[in-house]
Design a protein around this ligand. Sequence first.
Ligand code: R5P
Length: 262
Amino acid sequence: MDWGMKNRMSRIFRSKNGRTVMLAVDHGYFLGPVSKLEEPRKAIEPLIPYADSLMLTRGLLRNCIEAKHDIPVVLRVSGGNSIIGKDLSNEEISVSVRDAVSLNVSAVAFSVYLGAEYEHQTLINLTRLIDNANEFAVPVLAVTAVGKELDKRDARFLSLSCRIAAELGAHIVKTYYCEDFEKVVKSCFVPIVIAGGPKLRNELDALEMAYAAVNCGAKGVDMGRNIWQSKWPVAMISAIRSIVHDNFSVRKAYALFNSLKK
Ligand code: R5P
């Protein structure tokens, strides 16, 4: 791996354990003012000290995040769809690698939609993005999107999506946690991080999911709603960190969450 690429990867994955807590706040690119991110600056700023990287769009980055922060950025570079549009999978590359580099990013993120109407378009665009990003030594994170069909989140579908993304050259893959998750991790030869998905019933469920994922071999989380839609986002991201970085059990992490929420 090229020095620049290695250096960028090492900004995202901590050297102590090769793991990461990425804070995902890119949802507005197709969801608009999603609940609890209506005022992004207010929601994101207090969480920055607890995140290993921020995943977001260039609009949010340029307008709502102070440039002084020493936090690696994973830039969302796909878009062109919306939650009210005809097909969520109809995404294209929405940012040039040149602009991403001008924002000093540590990686770029792009969604692929397996089994969807625009599967081919998203996969070919992923390879084009990777060709461009490789020239600038910028890692590409492939997001294995499921669109509106959350029931696609099983080991068979996610293994297929993750492996194809890795085969096409993605440097990191983000996917969902599912039953038999170790199968997904085993058959994907690049680091996997998990998305949290829609807000779960309670914080304990989200901690259990993060714990199970890292114990199956995920290199961490790229989590959004289960952190910033919690009533206690700082307590929640701290508890997630304790699992990812300090090998806390769910019980200990939940106790930490409860003590911090006070
Ligand atoms: C999709 O909206 C984005 O790729 C999110 O970054 C991803 O789904 C992670 O966020 P959450 O944990 O809220 O699912």
